[in-house]
Write a protein that binds this ligand. Sequence first.
Ligand code: SF4
Length: 562
Amino acid sequence: MGGQVKSKTPSPEQVLLGDEAVAVGAIDAGITAAYAYPGTPSTELGEYLLQHQARHGGPKASWSVNEKVAYEEALGVSMAGRRALVAMKHVGLNVAADPFMSSALITIHGGVVLVVADDPGMHSSQNEQDSRYYADFAHILCLEPANQQQAYDMTREAFDLSERFHIPVMIRLVTRLAHSRSVVRRRAGRGENGLSKLPDPAEWILLPSFARPLWHKLQVMQQEIRAYTESAPHNVQYLNPQNRALGVITTGVARNYYTENLRDLGFDISHLHIGAYPLPMGKIRNLGSRVDKILVLEEGYPYLERYLRGILPSPVEILGKVSGEVPAEGELNPDVVRKALGLEAREQLPMPDLELPVRPALLCSGCPHHDVFPALIEALSEFDKPLVPADIGCNTFGALPPYSVLESCICMGASVGTAKGAADAGYYPVVGVLGDSTFLHSGIPPLMDAIRTDADMTLLILDNETVAMTGAQPTILPSSRIEALIRGMGVDPEHFHTTEVHPRKTAELAELIRREVKHHGLSVIIARRECIESVRKKGKKKRAEDRQFKQRAEKPHAEERP
Ligand code: SF4
């Protein structure tokens, strides 16, 4: 036990997505394991690590049933003295918030790095929440890369910081960085930590009498953490004493949009870039003492801007999202930043006068949901104002034309609890709709509630045998086990059905739904057919494996030739 083992020599330069740069940084930082739940824009991180594991045998990488479990698994690796990465999209951190918040108090043993990919502009998310607030809330360090190289370097450093301060460290990505590519220069990898037990297990037991001194320790340590961010190379300051009129503070990728406009400004501006939090107050005050106005450019919420109002004395004017110079919603880009800097809009290339067809988000052709929603509509047609709470996933498209049958999409698993609540309120009929992976992620606990009270509702699980929306990742349990799971939870077998989805069986499915809706108590229907994308993906994988097998089989014969 103890010490580091193994080390690898990576190829020096690679073109990587921001997500992949973090994955590679974690591999080179000597992680033993990585856990994630797929969710745009963080999915590629988990995919990269899984492929790496398949090719090289490690580090261990896996999808977890949900983000909370992923986080707890990473803590387990840390408890054993080794390093773990845990990755999720921003809303996933809401699911993992319970262990995340408490893990700031325990004395992290092997380094734990949490990567959260925020989605300003909501390209594929239900909100724009800014994960920097979570880091602040938990009193931990957060590093925010501005480019792919920093994503790699900061990830490596984050593990060292986690073990130095014994706290989890957050890497905050945003969609533009996670999903764009650049050359990343790798350094020699570090080996993984040896196994070791916690020096003092009491530092992981958050009973109130133990938790109070640990919370105090975390508060005392804030000084050391702030001293680190004050001098960290990620918080870079450039001062121009000749220009008092305006200073700029950028964070993360906003620096790129600012520097792209610099040459058009025609004058030199004092500039502070922040890539490490908690905020470097000394550097901020230093900048504030040399300028009359500060423009804040940050992706996400006006997190820094709001802080500045408390850090800086009143004569310094602060411009940003709160004051209206920068839009409060959506993503930043060079043109938005240009406007905030007071520059003329750039000449735009004329748009050709094309009549492009409108392309609303749609279910794939051949999607099993195409054969379920008509059945659901038919089944509910005889009821007055049925209520259909739904969920996250491809099935959410059932809320849009041509079906327009689903009526909510809030968060993972919410359909079940919402349906139960509506039934508790006396609404009838209520049909909750969700996918199999969402059911496994967060639908099981609310179903237990519904079973306990025999809620007057029907739950329709659209089992497409995959996590479809994020690229057909495998579900945690195969479909065959979901039935046994639900039966074991105690659903009345008379009102629990599994049925195959087929275009020729739509009327049969409609009749089944209608019958179960008429039953005044809980009923559960699993409507099953594999997602067409999942079938394609498996076919592609099989063909690649067959090709490899054939090549291997032919090789010895080739070598035998003279
Ligand atoms: S990815 Fe699968 S589940 Fe999603 S719309 Fe396409 S076929 Fe349907």
